[in-house]
Design a protein around this ligand. Sequence first.
Ligand code: ADP
Ligand code: MG
Length: 153
Amino acid sequence: TSLRQGFLADESATLQLGATLAAVLHGGIQLQLHGDLGAGKTTFTRGLLQALGHQGRVKSPTYTLVESYSLPPLTVHHFDLYRFADPDEWHDAGFGDYFAADTLCIVEWPDKAGACLPPADLVLELSVCDASRNYRLQAFSETGHQCLSRLAT
Ligand code: ADP
Ligand code: MG
């Protein structure tokens, strides 16, 4: 199946979704995160990073554009392109070089990079629903499909 969706009652559910995804993601994957400000994209990423063994803070990359985490055998690059004024900034920043077989790239506000960004393997959409959230997770590549199929039902 190429689509998962569900309800995230509270912050801990969003963190848990990150942890669940961490178990099936691997290097060479790009996961794009869609959703309004405050939808939970960075919260989700924190759950994912902590499940991969990261113990410190998870800083929102809003100003730095990317925060990188060395979690052998993986490096996770967490992008936030909200402040991009122009998609060409993607190339100017050399971000293409961050994509490699041993890196997992998680991208908030991917639309800001337009067609400069490589195509996503997986797209997670978070939407605000009263005091909770809904999510939709979709696969857009063979690798993405394989990841979803490894998620427990
Ligand atoms: P984004 O990165 O999408 O702008 P953040 O993760 O920084 O959003 O902030 C999301 C806010 O929503 C945080 O205050 C977090 O505690 C809260 N939150 C996350 N998931 C949920 C949820 N499932 N239900 C209610 N609040 C949530
Ligand atoms: Mg964020």
